[in-house]
Design a protein around this ligand. Sequence first.
Ligand SMILES: [Ca+2]
Ligand SMILES: [Ca+2]
Ligand SMILES: [Ca+2]
Ligand SMILES: [Ca+2]
Length: 492
Amino acid sequence: MKLLARSVFFFLLCSAACATTVDDPLRPGWFFQPPANLGPMINSVYKETEPTLSADGLTLIFASDRLGVFPGRDLWQSTRTSIGGAWTLPAPLGSPVNTTANESAPSLSANGLTLYFSSHRSDDPNTHGANDVWKTTRTSATADWGVPTNLGSVVNSSYDDGDPDISPDGRTLHYGRFRSPEGAGNWDVWLATRATDNGPWQTSQNAGSVFNTPGYDSKPSLSRDGLALMYTSDPEAVSSDRQLDLWLSTRASHAGAWAAPFRLSAAVNTRDTEQDSVFLPTDRSIYFRSDRPGSYGDHDLWMSTAIPSIAYSRLRDPGIGARDYTAAGDELGFTTTVLGSTGGAEPFVGVAEQYERWLSMRSTHARTVFDTVDLINFVDAEFTIDVRNSSTSWEAEDFVSVTLSNGPQNISVLGLDTPDGLEAAEGPWRNYRVSIPDDWAQATLTVISSSNSTRGAEQFDFDNIAFFGTPIPEPSSLILFALSALLLFRRR
Ligand SMILES: [Ca+2]
Ligand SMILES: [Ca+2]
Ligand SMILES: [Ca+2]
Ligand SMILES: [Ca+2]
């Protein structure tokens, strides 16, 4: 049945392209995929940071400390003639935007005529102290940029102010401020507002505890549709081993509240630095900065694209400590059975929270079974999960397994009775991914772990769980009509 459906799928590919409804691209359930380096035309042995794109996606401006006209960090620009086309060799924006001071974090307005950026212009009499947010304007997309002006005392302070992100309607500026008394600590996300897209800034406030933690929280980026805010965070504030990651929050409407943010999957976030994300015009892809392996040197710009999931669980909605969770729609519920305590200190199984949530199994023998996922209407299905080993050691009788099953058929995603591939002691999240055969009509995820905790505290964490696949489109009514007409004709 599924193979027949598959041939029908390819036959109907064109009509599907027209008929498929595009859901909100950033609703929970969309997951960003393993990223690709932007390549040696953009990236170099120097730092490439803080990208911004024009509304048509054909102009890229970023900061780099590569050798230009001035020493230090300057703004550079590259262009392309089509989405997916090759970027030109970047050129510095030049004076009066770039100076001997550092310029960074550009953000281009929707009409492309105003460029916001941060700069430490201590010689300029208009500075409010340390880094400030500045802007420059031009009269057309091909005109030269004018002399930059300071955004003024509503936005700027005596503290470091930077990382501006101008909203598509020009009325909201998300930005970052460092160590101000109104903050939660380190960098925090702030936002300023105004009534028109070109008037004076009227209000400015800390974006609040939904986003801000004692650690680093900055480099906000609002999606073009205004329903997603991605930013860079290190909530644990481990300054000696800073793990900057990309975090995302969504809201149902422009007036709605932001949902609790989540860390993007370990398919994107690694032990290396991920920061400075910006949405591309489709809101489905991001550019960001990372120093991960595969970079051309220091920090590079990378790209990742989000795809929709069939079913997902980020463990955000279940209450803290929950062992059972009933979910609706395409979110996965689960049931945990404790098979026995292993006698160690602090046995725990359930949803754990610090600034994010994950399923944690510590000093117990437990099995968690997730809701069965119906795959009948999908082909090329895949499964992904982030797993972390927080054990202090690995001993005999410790094991962790992640298995998909369809009746008697099984796929082992992860089955370890040794720590191969999973570093112990606060190891990084690792992303695991498997393909599911097209003849599977459904799949059930089972996670089991156990530990011999008489000799230590073993702990396994699970997060960012999702099933992906290509939907088999419903035959359109027009084609059904044509098929029935054909059958009727043949019978006569
Ligand atoms: Ca580089
Ligand atoms: Ca300042
Ligand atoms: Ca903070
Ligand atoms: Ca990271």
